[in-house]
Design a protein around this ligand. Structure first.
Ligand code: CIR
Length: 254
């Protein structure tokens, strides 16, 4: 049984961290409706959604992908690259404890789940503003006994590795080559985002289809032509906080 761990939108989302976007007003009620629709899409694809209560003091806490990484054997509670988000880990760790033994990234390491792409037993980890070499080395030491190889991937021009590239549920990667070196994914099939849609690489494979942002129709079209079933979701309000599709859930086998 697939579990999707989520957290309701903070009423304070408007005070989110921003790295690449200018601050825009966020309609919190609309963000909450869009997030609920996202959860319904996960449910309709077979996931049991466990939604944690909103954290009014933690603006970015809806983005549960970042404070933890759930592998088949363990869950790694990360140490986030921005101080303002570190308190998100406590309640997320409590929610994950029944499912996996917990491990932790410790200072001076930093790591955010948005920087981790898994393909088979390989973890590609973005070396970004948010995840540093020490954090990646710690993850490598924690995951190696479970049979994972960790590969560091320098990222430029975007928030996380998963802003630049995402795994499509098979041996393919959707990629914006301007932000990550494609040669690092040697052996995998690469599909480029549409040139006019640099932020389109973040899509979520679940239940045999790809959840895509409705804001990037050209990339969705090209995925359709490549044989993928896609579903557009309006995530306009979470996108203003630099969120996309993968960042609002942690999906794992129970
Ligand atoms: C942040 O800057 O941390 C949030 N405003 C956005 C995080 C999005 N996370 C993700 O894509 N994994």
């Amino acid at each position: 049984m697939l579990v999707a761990l989520t957290r309701s939108v903070s009423p304070n989302l408007g005070n989110c961290e921003l790295e690449y976007f200018s601050r825009q007003p966020i309609d919190i009620a609309l963000a909450a409706r869009q997030h609920r629709h996202y959860e319904q899409c996960l449910e309709s694809r077979g996931a049991q959604v466990i939604c944690l209560p909103a954290e009014p003091d933690l603006p970015d806490s809806v983005f549960v992908e970042d404070p933890a990484l759930v592998l088949d054997e363990i869950a790694v509670i990360t140490r986030m690259g921005v101080e303002s988000r570190r308190a998100e880990a406590a309640t997320l760790a409590a929610a994950l404890a029944p499912f996996r033994p917990l491990r932790r990234i410790e200072a001076p390491g930093t790591l955010e789940g948005g920087d981790v792409i898994r393909t088979g037993r390989t973890l590609f980890v973005g070396l970004s503003h948010r995840s540093n070499r020490d954090g990646i080395a710690q993850l490598s030491a924690l995951a190696a006994p479970c049979g994972y190889t960790v590969k560091a991937v320098p990222v430029r021009g975007c928030l996380h590795l998963k802003s630049a590239a995402c795994q499509l549920g098979d041996d393919a990667i959707l990629i914006n080559r301007a932000w990550v070196d494609p040669s690092l994914f040697a052996g995998l099939r690469l599909i480029d985002v549409d040139d006019a849609e640099p932020w389109a690489a973040n899509v979520l494979p679940i239940g045999g289809s790809l959840l895509c942002s409705a804001a990037f129709p050209a990339t969705r079209d090209l995925l359709g032509r490549a044989g993928y079933r896609t579903e557009p979701l309006d995530i306009s309000e979470l996108a203003k906080a630099e969120g996309a599709l993968t960042c609002s859930s942690l999906i794992f086998e129970r």
